[in-house]
Design a protein around this ligand. Structure first.
Ligand code: URA
Length: 229
Protein backbone atom coordinates (compact mmCIF):
# COMPACT_ATOMS: atom_id res chain seq x y z
CA UNK A 1 0.00 0.00 0.00
CA UNK A 2 1.16 3.57 -0.67
CA UNK A 3 2.45 5.42 2.39
CA UNK A 4 -0.05 8.29 2.09
CA UNK A 5 -2.99 5.88 1.85
CA UNK A 6 -1.72 3.88 4.81
CA UNK A 7 -1.27 6.97 6.99
CA UNK A 8 -4.69 8.23 5.99
CA UNK A 9 -6.40 4.92 6.81
CA UNK A 10 -4.58 4.57 10.15
CA UNK A 11 -4.99 8.14 11.34
CA UNK A 12 -8.26 9.21 9.74
CA UNK A 13 -6.43 12.24 8.23
CA UNK A 14 -7.47 13.31 4.75
CA UNK A 15 -5.00 12.68 1.94
CA UNK A 16 -4.41 16.46 1.83
CA UNK A 17 -3.55 16.58 5.55
CA UNK A 18 -1.31 13.55 5.13
CA UNK A 19 0.58 15.46 2.43
CA UNK A 20 1.12 18.28 4.91
CA UNK A 21 2.39 16.06 7.74
CA UNK A 22 4.71 14.32 5.27
CA UNK A 23 5.99 17.68 4.14
CA UNK A 24 6.56 18.64 7.80
CA UNK A 25 8.66 15.45 8.17
CA UNK A 26 6.39 14.19 10.97
CA UNK A 27 6.08 10.72 9.40
CA UNK A 28 8.86 8.20 9.89
CA UNK A 29 9.26 4.73 8.43
CA UNK A 30 11.45 2.45 10.56
CA UNK A 31 12.74 5.55 12.36
CA UNK A 32 13.66 7.52 9.22
CA UNK A 33 11.63 10.65 8.40
CA UNK A 34 10.01 10.20 4.97
CA UNK A 35 8.47 12.74 2.59
CA UNK A 36 7.67 10.45 -0.33
CA UNK A 37 3.88 10.02 -0.31
CA UNK A 38 4.07 7.31 -2.97
CA UNK A 39 6.50 5.09 -1.05
CA UNK A 40 5.22 1.51 -1.27
CA UNK A 41 5.07 -0.32 2.07
CA UNK A 42 5.44 -4.08 2.24
CA UNK A 43 3.59 -4.29 5.55
CA UNK A 44 6.61 -5.10 7.74
CA UNK A 45 7.64 -1.50 8.47
CA UNK A 46 6.94 0.54 11.61
CA UNK A 47 5.34 3.80 10.56
CA UNK A 48 5.05 6.60 13.11
CA UNK A 49 3.34 9.97 13.18
CA UNK A 50 5.00 12.39 15.63
CA UNK A 51 6.73 9.34 17.10
CA UNK A 52 3.46 7.39 17.69
CA UNK A 53 3.24 4.06 15.88
CA UNK A 54 0.33 3.80 13.42
CA UNK A 55 -1.82 0.70 12.91
CA UNK A 56 -4.69 -0.01 10.55
CA UNK A 57 -8.06 -0.07 12.30
CA UNK A 58 -9.49 -3.57 12.69
CA UNK A 59 -12.23 -4.64 10.33
CA UNK A 60 -15.71 -4.14 11.73
CA UNK A 61 -18.45 -6.76 11.86
CA UNK A 62 -21.90 -5.69 13.01
CA UNK A 63 -25.29 -7.25 13.61
CA UNK A 64 -28.26 -4.91 13.14
CA UNK A 65 -31.84 -5.66 14.13
CA UNK A 66 -33.40 -4.18 11.01
CA UNK A 67 -36.76 -2.52 11.53
CA UNK A 68 -39.37 -2.27 8.77
CA UNK A 69 -39.33 0.95 6.74
CA UNK A 70 -35.60 1.33 6.05
CA UNK A 71 -33.97 0.24 2.81
CA UNK A 72 -30.92 -1.98 2.51
CA UNK A 73 -28.77 0.42 0.50
CA UNK A 74 -25.62 2.31 1.35
CA UNK A 75 -27.22 5.52 0.10
CA UNK A 76 -30.59 6.65 -1.13
CA UNK A 77 -31.71 10.11 -2.16
CA UNK A 78 -35.17 9.91 -0.60
CA UNK A 79 -35.44 6.99 1.84
CA UNK A 80 -33.82 6.15 5.17
CA UNK A 81 -31.17 3.45 4.79
CA UNK A 82 -29.85 0.91 7.28
CA UNK A 83 -26.60 2.89 7.42
CA UNK A 84 -28.58 5.84 8.82
CA UNK A 85 -29.11 3.67 11.93
CA UNK A 86 -25.36 3.65 12.62
CA UNK A 87 -23.21 6.53 13.91
CA UNK A 88 -21.46 8.10 10.92
CA UNK A 89 -18.04 7.00 12.21
CA UNK A 90 -19.17 3.36 12.05
CA UNK A 91 -21.18 3.62 8.84
CA UNK A 92 -18.23 4.60 6.65
CA UNK A 93 -17.15 1.76 4.38
CA UNK A 94 -19.75 -0.70 5.63
CA UNK A 95 -21.12 -3.25 3.17
CA UNK A 96 -24.49 -4.98 3.55
CA UNK A 97 -24.17 -8.76 3.81
CA UNK A 98 -27.31 -10.05 2.03
CA UNK A 99 -30.09 -7.53 1.61
CA UNK A 100 -33.58 -7.56 3.08
CA UNK A 101 -36.66 -5.89 1.60
CA UNK A 102 -37.79 -2.57 3.04
CA UNK A 103 -40.66 -4.22 4.93
CA UNK A 104 -38.61 -7.21 6.18
CA UNK A 105 -37.30 -7.13 9.75
CA UNK A 106 -34.59 -9.05 11.57
CA UNK A 107 -30.97 -10.01 11.28
CA UNK A 108 -28.80 -7.90 9.00
CA UNK A 109 -25.01 -8.26 8.97
CA UNK A 110 -22.72 -5.38 8.02
CA UNK A 111 -18.97 -5.40 7.56
CA UNK A 112 -16.11 -3.55 5.93
CA UNK A 113 -14.36 -6.89 5.29
CA UNK A 114 -15.20 -7.73 1.67
CA UNK A 115 -13.80 -11.25 1.86
CA UNK A 116 -15.93 -12.12 4.88
CA UNK A 117 -18.97 -10.70 3.10
CA UNK A 118 -18.18 -12.85 0.07
CA UNK A 119 -17.79 -15.99 2.21
CA UNK A 120 -21.34 -15.55 3.50
CA UNK A 121 -23.04 -14.46 0.30
CA UNK A 122 -21.23 -16.58 -2.27
CA UNK A 123 -23.82 -18.97 -3.83
CA UNK A 124 -21.18 -21.73 -3.77
CA UNK A 125 -21.18 -21.69 0.03
CA UNK A 126 -24.99 -22.19 0.21
CA UNK A 127 -25.14 -20.50 3.62
CA UNK A 128 -28.51 -21.26 5.31
CA UNK A 129 -30.80 -18.35 6.17
CA UNK A 130 -33.83 -18.86 8.42
CA UNK A 131 -36.91 -16.64 8.03
CA UNK A 132 -40.10 -16.42 10.09
CA UNK A 133 -43.07 -15.94 7.78
CA UNK A 134 -46.67 -14.86 8.32
CA UNK A 135 -49.07 -15.33 5.43
CA UNK A 136 -52.45 -13.95 4.37
CA UNK A 137 -54.00 -17.40 3.79
CA UNK A 138 -53.53 -20.66 5.69
CA UNK A 139 -50.36 -22.55 4.78
CA UNK A 140 -51.25 -25.90 3.20
CA UNK A 141 -49.25 -28.94 4.39
CA UNK A 142 -48.52 -29.66 0.70
CA UNK A 143 -46.28 -26.54 0.74
CA UNK A 144 -43.67 -28.54 2.69
CA UNK A 145 -43.02 -30.89 -0.26
CA UNK A 146 -43.34 -28.07 -2.79
CA UNK A 147 -40.64 -26.06 -1.01
CA UNK A 148 -38.46 -29.13 -0.68
CA UNK A 149 -38.83 -30.15 -4.34
CA UNK A 150 -38.15 -26.63 -5.68
CA UNK A 151 -40.53 -24.03 -7.04
CA UNK A 152 -40.44 -22.32 -10.42
CA UNK A 153 -40.78 -18.60 -9.72
CA UNK A 154 -42.43 -16.13 -12.04
CA UNK A 155 -39.95 -14.88 -14.69
CA UNK A 156 -37.28 -17.36 -13.49
CA UNK A 157 -37.22 -20.79 -15.17
CA UNK A 158 -34.67 -22.37 -12.81
CA UNK A 159 -36.44 -24.05 -9.86
CA UNK A 160 -35.45 -22.94 -6.39
CA UNK A 161 -33.06 -25.12 -4.43
CA UNK A 162 -34.56 -27.38 -1.75
CA UNK A 163 -35.91 -25.27 1.11
CA UNK A 164 -37.13 -26.48 4.50
CA UNK A 165 -40.57 -25.31 5.54
CA UNK A 166 -41.76 -25.91 9.10
CA UNK A 167 -45.40 -24.99 9.64
CA UNK A 168 -45.78 -23.40 13.08
CA UNK A 169 -49.37 -22.19 12.94
CA UNK A 170 -52.20 -21.86 10.40
CA UNK A 171 -50.54 -18.71 8.96
CA UNK A 172 -47.01 -19.01 10.39
CA UNK A 173 -43.96 -20.95 9.29
CA UNK A 174 -40.21 -20.91 9.36
CA UNK A 175 -38.35 -21.39 6.12
CA UNK A 176 -34.68 -22.19 5.61
CA UNK A 177 -33.15 -21.13 2.30
CA UNK A 178 -29.66 -21.79 0.99
CA UNK A 179 -29.86 -19.19 -1.79
CA UNK A 180 -30.88 -15.56 -1.94
CA UNK A 181 -32.88 -14.62 -5.00
CA UNK A 182 -34.71 -11.32 -5.30
CA UNK A 183 -37.83 -11.32 -3.02
CA UNK A 184 -37.38 -15.08 -2.83
CA UNK A 185 -39.61 -15.96 0.13
CA UNK A 186 -42.44 -13.74 -1.09
CA UNK A 187 -42.18 -15.12 -4.62
CA UNK A 188 -42.14 -18.73 -3.39
CA UNK A 189 -45.36 -18.22 -1.44
CA UNK A 190 -46.86 -16.26 -4.34
CA UNK A 191 -46.13 -19.22 -6.64
CA UNK A 192 -48.30 -21.34 -4.32
CA UNK A 193 -51.12 -18.77 -4.41
CA UNK A 194 -50.43 -17.34 -0.95
CA UNK A 195 -49.08 -13.92 0.16
CA UNK A 196 -46.46 -13.04 2.76
CA UNK A 197 -47.74 -10.38 5.16
CA UNK A 198 -44.72 -10.31 7.51
CA UNK A 199 -41.17 -11.54 7.10
CA UNK A 200 -38.38 -11.65 9.66
CA UNK A 201 -34.85 -13.07 9.29
CA UNK A 202 -33.82 -15.02 12.39
CA UNK A 203 -30.37 -16.31 11.41
CA UNK A 204 -27.63 -16.47 8.82
CA UNK A 205 -25.50 -19.61 9.08
CA UNK A 206 -24.92 -20.07 12.80
CA UNK A 207 -25.28 -16.35 13.57
CA UNK A 208 -28.64 -15.75 15.25
CA UNK A 209 -30.31 -12.43 15.83
CA UNK A 210 -29.50 -11.53 19.45
CA UNK A 211 -32.81 -11.68 21.36
CA UNK A 212 -31.55 -8.83 23.59
CA UNK A 213 -31.08 -6.50 20.62
CA UNK A 214 -34.05 -4.13 20.19
CA UNK A 215 -35.28 -3.21 16.69
CA UNK A 216 -33.15 -0.47 15.15
CA UNK A 217 -30.14 -1.28 17.39
CA UNK A 218 -26.83 -2.85 16.47
CA UNK A 219 -23.90 -4.51 18.19
CA UNK A 220 -20.47 -5.81 17.19
CA UNK A 221 -20.21 -9.50 16.41
CA UNK A 222 -18.30 -11.62 18.90
CA UNK A 223 -15.06 -13.35 17.83
CA UNK A 224 -16.97 -16.65 17.73
CA UNK A 225 -19.64 -15.19 15.45
CA UNK A 226 -17.01 -13.71 13.13
CA UNK A 227 -15.05 -16.95 12.96
CA UNK A 228 -17.99 -19.30 12.49
CA UNK A 229 -18.30 -18.52 8.77
N1 URA B 1 -37.12 -13.01 0.77
C1 URA B 1 -37.95 -11.98 0.56
O1 URA B 1 -38.95 -12.11 -0.13
N2 URA B 1 -37.64 -10.79 1.13
C2 URA B 1 -36.57 -10.62 1.94
O2 URA B 1 -36.38 -9.52 2.47
C3 URA B 1 -35.73 -11.71 2.16
C4 URA B 1 -36.02 -12.90 1.56
Amino acid sequence: MRLDKYVSQCSGLSRKSVKQVLHQRRIAVDGEPVRNAGLILCGEETVTLDGHPLALPRARYLMLHKPAGVVCATEDSSQRTVLDLLPSTLATGQQIVGRLDKDTTGLLLLTDDGQWNHRITSPRRACAKVYQVTTADPIEPSAIDAFHDGIVLKDDPKPTQPATLVIEGSHQASITLVEGRYHQVKRMFAALGNRVTALHRASIGSIRLDPELPEGQFRSLTEDEINCV
